[in-house]
Design a protein around this ligand. Structure first.
Ligand code: HEC
Length: 360
């Protein structure tokens, strides 16, 4: 009926249906796949895949990964090598990427046998690696999947696990032994370091953007965990066992599939939302309680003393600087370098400032 009334539209839709291949493949019964796979807390998604390095230190964090050398591309057609050098593909092979829904994604590396990074609000865009869902086309060079979401933890320094006070980095290359899935479907990774077999399980921590790590070792030695600029809270420690919570040490937004929503007007409510989603809540209380960072209650207009700077009264500029470059000044009595720097939109800084001003 509508077609009779709107013949132009009908022609248009007919045209689209014929000329846009792929879009309706699933409805026609073809098998396709999703390039943006996601798991959930009940059913974590575990992927063995290439992952991006996102700026991790090659010498400290990835010492056992070799990087290839640039080499010319060979052409089968001409039988010659191109004069142009093609750089090696930058990515971490054979990592294990896990997604537990919106709250937590992480990468555990089977070469270094350690947690590399963790993020929220996304997972991996597999298009480079798996190809286009409808045409199957994949990138020949540069096939490392893209990460999207908000990275709140990045590995720094040598291997954080210590056996009797010694970092695993000093015990030679660890050997990955595989993973098992518990009844909760959360993977537990196993590896050999020195004479010990160590297992580790990674789970969401008690508050947003925190991680719970549970280690166990066959040798009943004293296990430790040390990582520069990372706040660690030990939950349980006994011979051959260590459970702990680590707090955010990074704050970087990666390209999102949905285009990032530009905030037009800063508001206190947006600031309050960011306080939770960006993980400030993990270190700053709103009720005057002392946490890893100063409480935000009554901070605006209060006097501050610093470890290596002149005292000042908390104003908007100081709050903005504290979020963007926390290393610039360190409040007396707190640890320098613990708060991650946040790269945000201007309106996001302004919203956080409005919110902090309102916490009286
Ligand atoms: C891992 C813990 C941690 C996280 C996460 C964190 N901070 Fe901090 N923050 C600190 C510490 C520690 C200090 C004090 C040391 C310093 O000045 O760097 C601090 C200082 C500050 C200050 C100065 C406070 C004052 O009263 O002088 C502000 C403002 C601030 N943070 C805001 C934020 C905001 C906003 C976020 C989230 C976007 C955030 N912080 C996330 C640990 C954290």
């Amino acid at each position: 009926m509508k077609c009779l009334a709107l013949p132009h539209l009908c022609v248009l839709f007919g045209f689209l249906a014929v000329n846009v291949p792929g879009k309706d493949y699933p409805s026609k019964g073809y098998l396709t796949f999703d390039n943006l796979p996601m798991g959930s807390e009940e059913k974590p998604l575990v992927l063995r895949t290439f992952v991006p390095t996102i700026g991790l230190s090659a010498s400290d964090v990835l010492p056992n990964h070799s990087t290839g050398a640039a080499s010319p591309k060979y052409s089968a057609r001409s039988g010659k090598e191109a004069s142009k050098q093609t750089p090696p593909i930058h990515g971490i092979p054979a990592a294990i990427a896990v997604n537990m829904g919106k709250t937590l994604s992480y990468v555990w590396d089977t070469t270094e046998c350690r947690l590399l990074y963790a993020w929220r609000d996304g997972f991996l865009n597999m298009k480079n690696y798996w190809g286009d869902p409808t045409s199957g086309r994949r990138r020949g060079f540069g096939y490392v999947p893209n990460l999207y979401g908000f990275v709140f933890y990045k590995a720094v320094g040598p291997h954080p696990v210590e056996i009797n006070g010694q970092s695993l980095s000093s015990l030679g290359t660890p050997a990955y032994l595989g993973f098992t899935l518990g009844h909760d479907r959360i993977p537990t990774y196993k590896y050999k370091a020195g004479n010990s077999q160590i297992t580790i399980k990674v789970e969401p921590g008690p508050s947003t953007q925190t991680l719970k790590l549970s280690f166990a070792s066959t040798e009943q030695e004293k296990l430790g965990f040390k990582s520069p600029n990372t706040q660690v809270q030990v939950l349980k420690s006994s011979p051959g066992l260590l459970h702990l919570v680590i707090r955010p040490n990074a704050g970087e937004n990666f390209l999102s599939e949905e285009k990032k929503v530009e905030i037009k007007k800063p508001t206190k409510d947006i600031g309050e939302g960011l306080y939770t989603t960006l993980g400030c809540i993990a270190c700053h209380s709103l009720d005057g309680g002392k946490n890893h960072g100063p409480t935000l209650k009554g901070s605006y207009g209060a006097k501050r003393e610093f470890q290596q700077a002149e005292p000042l009264v908390v104003d908007e500029d100081y709050i903005r600087e504290s979020i963007e470059k926390p290393m610039a000044k360190t409040v007396k009595g707190y640890t320098s370098g613990m708060m991650p720097p946040y790269q945000l939109q201007k309106a996001e800084y302004d919203s956080l400032i409005l919110f902090i001003k309102s916490v009286r």
